[in-house]
Design a protein around this ligand. Structure first.
Ligand SMILES: C[S@@+](CC[C@H](N)C(=O)[O-])C[C@H]1O[C@@H](n2cnc3c(N)ncnc32)[C@H](O)[C@@H]1O
Length: 262
């Protein structure tokens, strides 16, 4: 599997992810995921594929001093930033497919926008359920299909057109509700709810949006200066419909949150 399929980024890309991608795209999903799992003061919670830690940090504020939050990820660059943000969360470098915890350990198991990248998604879901206490709740967010994410689709097609490559479907491969339902069933979780939520992505400019896609995720080493210039120039020409009257960028996003109880 390549870096884009496993969501692995360099330290430089992790810094851009934290500075731009997180507030633009991911941060606003944290309250929804924690609400879907009904995280409460005193809960013991794990955020799987925590990245730079946005969800775990938000949750540690909810569980308070009588609860506990753990964030796990396999990317040290992402975890380094997470560690610098909060010392009240326990940060662990571990794969979602082999969680270093005993059975029936957590009140809530959360994960946002990571499952698509796991090498073994079924094992990861089995692990999520294994570490969940009886009566505990699971909430997992994944992107909806590209067809329902017009801004993200336009970004993918821009890359395809400029570099004559294939659209990277990895982030959206669980976007079909049937595919998602089947994955959880194959992993032994038969009673799930899938709620589809709308969000909004906001970037300061078209340049910031496309630069972040190029340098704040898995392709950060792939483009030379001239290629990046060409990408940005074509984006300015083709993505104007996503520009607001203030010159910023805003587009709707759609994601599924899967919930289940043990
Ligand atoms: C799009 S980021 C999402 C990060 C974070 N949840 C957020 O909302 O900002 C995907 C994350 O999944 C992590 N990841 C990919 N495969 C993983 C695995 N097998 N186990 C744990 N984390 C994994 C990557 O390292 C990356 O940090």
């Amino acid at each position: 599997m390549g870096d884009n399929e496993t969501g692995q980024v360099s330290e430089d890309a992790a810094r851009i992810y934290e500075a731009v991608y997180l507030p633009a795209l991911f941060q606003r999903w944290c309250p929804r995921v924690s609400e879907e799992a009904n995280v409460k003061p005193g809960d013991y919670v794990i955020d799987i594929a925590c990245g730079t830690g946005a969800l775990a940090v938000a949750v540690s504020g909810i569980v308070g001093p009588s609860g506990k939050t753990v964030g796990i990820d396999i990317n040290e660059g992402m975890l380094d930033i997470a560690k610098s943000k909060s010392s009240s969360v326990e940060w662990i470098n571990a794969p979602a497919e082999a969680l270093p915890f005993k059975d029936d350990h957590f009140d809530c198991v959360l994960s946002q926008f990571g499952l698509m990248y796991f090498k073994n998604q079924e094992n990861a879901i089995r692990e999520m359920i294994r570490v969940l206490k009886q009566g505990g709740s699971l909430a997992v967010a994944v992107w909806d299909k590209l067809d329902n994410n017009p801004g993200l689709a336009a970004e993918e097609y821009l890359w395809q057109q400029v570099f004559d490559g294939e659209v990277d479907e990895t982030p959206y491969r669980l976007g079909d509700r049937g595919t998602l339902d089947n994955l959880f069933k194959r992993s032994g979780v038969t009673d799930i709810q899938i709620a589809t939520h709308e969000g909004t992505a906001r970037f300061d400019s078209i340049e910031s949006w496309i630069h972040t896609g190029a340098k704040g995720w898995t392709e950060d080493d792939a483009l030379g200066d001239d290629q990046l210039k060409l990408l940005l120039k074509t984006a300015e020409e083709q993505l104007t419909s996503f520009r607001t009257s203030h010159g910023t960028v805003a587009f709707p996003t759609s994601a599924h949150i899967v919930t289940a109880r043990k």
